[in-house]
Design a protein around this ligand. Structure first.
Ligand code: UT7
Length: 332
């Protein structure tokens, strides 16, 4: 029997309609449009509003679109994995809330917390379930409502993040299309540079933790920037080397969108023409686990069957990596 690979057979996304522009942020903190655009490439981001709406709402909207697009009965879904750091609650997981809202009554699910590498780690986990031959339809969601943990009094972080969700369907393929290989890495000593300190078991919620603003995302931007460039470049180089591929043989790079300057540096250091690097950070900012499926979804019509695509990400943990896939379908 030929080896099974896990192929992406559809992609969809959801972005909330409310826009937070740089001009809006100028009214909230000491910043300006020119600084934000020149240092990050971000012009606006989407913010999820509405009572009772949280990460699972966005994830479920993306999954419902995915099911419709791929003409899939929700009851056929075996497994949902959700990459997120802003689950609806600390527990239970958000994947099963998404499954319930999207009508996937025969699926089981769980979340993966790998910050901005959440989608990358999740799709690699989902692929294992397909490659064993036991599961036929696995949905990978990347969803984050970063506005729920962003400190809108901290100009160093509030300009960066936005809310969104994206989802892909993974199915078995016998012709070799789909996920080929990955380099996934982590270094727990990075915890000090990018974290949300309180609300977990180390610092449970208290009046003091709230007063000290410890329930917000904290980042030492300059340090993370350097590690992000180094991590994405080294993982992608290792991935290409171990697959005996040259940068010019790759059709598309879909990177995590944290900062336009990071993406330009990675493209430059890897000798990838910038046209091959898919970028949508101007419209959405950093949506953490959602950036890769969102960018993939927006560019879906450009991919042809057989294209070699590299996904790469870097995030809190630190976590980082790169995945090589062979695109499995022509534009529909
Ligand atoms: O997705 C997970 C991974 N995350 C990342 O990869 C993010 C990595 N880091 C970054 O993208 C960048 O470090 C930032 C965009 C966060 C910051 O850009 P930077 O070029 O590294 O700026 P900086 O932190 O070195 O700050 C430069 C100056 C400082 O002023 P002084 O000390 O030079 O007087 C900051 O106080 O810019 C100031 N500054 C701002 N000025 C206007 C910081 N934030 C702002 C702001 N508006 N919003």
């Amino acid at each position: 029997m030929s080896k099974l690979t896990a192929a992406i057979t559809g992609v969809a996304y959801y972005t909330p309609p409310d826009i937070l522009s740089n001009a809006d942020l100028e009214k909230m903190v000491e910043t300006n449009h020119e600084w934000i655009v020149s240092r990050t490439g971000i012009e606006e981001r989407r913010i999820l509003k509405g009572e009772g709406k949280a990460t699972s709402f966005m994830g479920a909207e993306a999954v419902k679109k995915l099911l419709e697009k791929t003409d899939t009965d929700p009851k056929e879904i075996d497994l949902i994995i959700c990459g997120t750091v802003t689950g609806d609650m600390i527990f239970p997981d958000t994947a099963n809330q998404i499954g319930m809202k999207a009508g996937c009554t025969n699926s089981f699910g769980f979340d993966i917390n790998a910050a901005c590498s959440g989608f990358l780690f999740s799709i690699n986990t989902g692929a294992q379930f397909i490659e064993t031959g036991k599961y036929k339809k696995v949905i990978i969601v990347g969803a984050d409502m970063m506005s729920s943990i962003v400190d809108y009094e901290d100009r160093a972080t509030c300009i960066l993040f936005g809310d969104a969700a994206g989802a892909v369907l993974l199915e078995p393929n016998k012709e070799g299309y789909g996920i080929q290989d990955s380099v996934l890495r982590a270094d727990g000593s990075g915890v000090q540079y990018l974290n949300m300190k309180a609300g977990g078991s180390l610092i449970p919620a208290s009046h003091e933790s709230v007063d000290q603003r410890l329930h917000y995302a904290y980042q030492e931007g300059r340090t993370v920037f350097k590690h992000a460039v180094k991590g994405m470049v080294s993982a992608t180089k290792d991935l290409l080397d171990q697959n005996e591929l040259k940068p010019e043989e790759i059709n598309w790079i879909i990177p995590h969108q944290a900062n336009l300057r990071i993406l330009e540096s990675v493209a430059n250091m890897m000798d990838f023409p910038i046209e091959k690097v898919l970028i949508n950070i101007a419209k959405y900012g950093n949506t953490t686990s959602a950036t890769i499926p969102l960018c993939m979804g927006e560019n879906e019509k450009r991919f042809k069957k057989g294209d070699k695509v590299v996904l790469t990400a870097f995030g809190g943990g630190f976590t980082w990596g790169s995945t090589l896939l062979t695109w499995a379908y022509d534009p529909k």
